[in-house]
Design a protein around this ligand. Structure first.
Ligand code: FO1
Length: 320
């Protein structure tokens, strides 16, 4: 059984952790490929930082700072403090000492001519995440956020909007800069086409899943595959469980509801849509909707969500 998951950061990583727990029980031979969002990536102090790839790698490899949902456990910030002593900028992004080793090695390998896919495989050799982690593209694609400032509109890198401004500047839109010239990374389209099931976890639909879908060819591969595609709503009872999906959805004119996000993905992409029990009764035209508990309160609870998604995939598979 081959399962492919499109993932962003914390929400996607935690879902995959539950999926692996479920597969250990129900389908031990299953293999999972994660197509990770790179739209959050940024150059900081000359280093290439890939937050969503690292969050998946650290979460599944056992190195994540669990409370934060990003960065390393047992982290220290000596280098950050030294940089601050020089008044070096930016100071609003918290790069820990252990995390810096990842960015230093990644940057060294990129400068030596390795692709981001090759770098990611090299980093995962240490962490053994238990999945094949592929960047959505080896080309640089960056999510920029259009915000209003001083009467005009300016584009901020996603990290500046999300971390420096805490997403408090109303977003007027998002751009995946470089997407139109980007190609899916090696293996990405195959992972979708050869999958028995494709899952869209409760990552941010706009800046995480939406960013992956912005790479030419990926959306079409999902629309064309005869295998079931099942998504899990990141919105429960009209609010996101974490992160800033509501700020992103309102920016693109989508209501913050399980139904609206399901309809935004649409029947072209989705065969099934899992919503939380609080949103029971949700309908999405052309999509099979089921209501189950969608709170990732533990790995076992997340495993149950994954089991529900796999069941729904089988129900829709024979629907054709
Ligand atoms: N998020 C924050 O809110 N503050 C930070 O200082 C911060 C640092 C950081 C460093 C490395 C990394 O991989 C992620 C980091 N994040 C931080 C989270 C990051 O903004 C998000 O993980 C994604 O970009 C959104 O999913």
């Amino acid at each position: 059984v081959q399962i492919t998951v499109l993932a962003g950061g914390t929400g996607g990583a935690r879902f995959v952790r539950g999926l692996l727990r479920q597969l250990d029980r129900s389908a031990p031979g299953a293999v999972v490929t994660v197509i990770g969002n790179t739209g959050d990536d940024a150059w900081l102090f000359g280093l290439r930082v890939c937050p969503d790839l690292d969050t998946v790698m650290y979460t599944l490899g056992g190195g994540i700072n669990e409370d934060q949902g990003w960065g390393r456990a047992e982290e220290t910030f000596t280098v950050k403090a030294e940089l601050a002593a020089y008044d070096a900028q930016p100071q609003w992004f918290g790069l820990g000492d252990r995390d810096l080793a990842t960015h230093i090695l990644r940057t060294q390998l990129l400068h030596a001519g390795a692709t981001l896919s090759e770098v990611t495989a090299a980093l995962c050799a240490r962490w053994q995440p238990g999945v094949t982690l592929l960047p959505m593209s080896d080309d640089f694609v960056e999510t920029h956020v259009l915000v209003e400032r001083d009467g005009g509109q300016v584009a901020l890198h996603f990290q500046e909007w999300w971390v420096r401004h805490r997403a408090a500047l109303p977003a007027k839109g998002f751009a995946s800069v470089g997407a139109e010239a980007a190609h899916p990374a090696p293996g990405v389209l195959e992972a979708i086409k050869e999958a028995d099931v494709v899952l869209l976890p409760p990552s941010n639909p706009v800046v995480s899943i939406g960013s992956v879908l912005s790479v030419p060819g990926i959306r079409d591969a999902l629309a064309d595959t005869s295998s079931p595609v099942v998504g899990l709503s990141p919105i429960v009872g009209g609010a996101p469980l974490r992160g800033m999906a509501d700020a992103c959805l309102s920016a693109i004119g989508v209501e913050t509801s399980a139904a609206a996000v399901g309809a935004w993905y649409g029947a072209e992409l989705l065969d099934g849509w899992l919503v939380d029990e609080r949103d029971a009764g949700t309908t999405v035209p052309g999509v099979a909707v089921r209501a189950v508990p969608l709170i990732m309160s533990s790995v076992d609870a997340t495993a149950e969500m994954a089991a529900a998604a796999l069941r729904l995939a089988e129900e829709t598979r024979h629907r054709g």
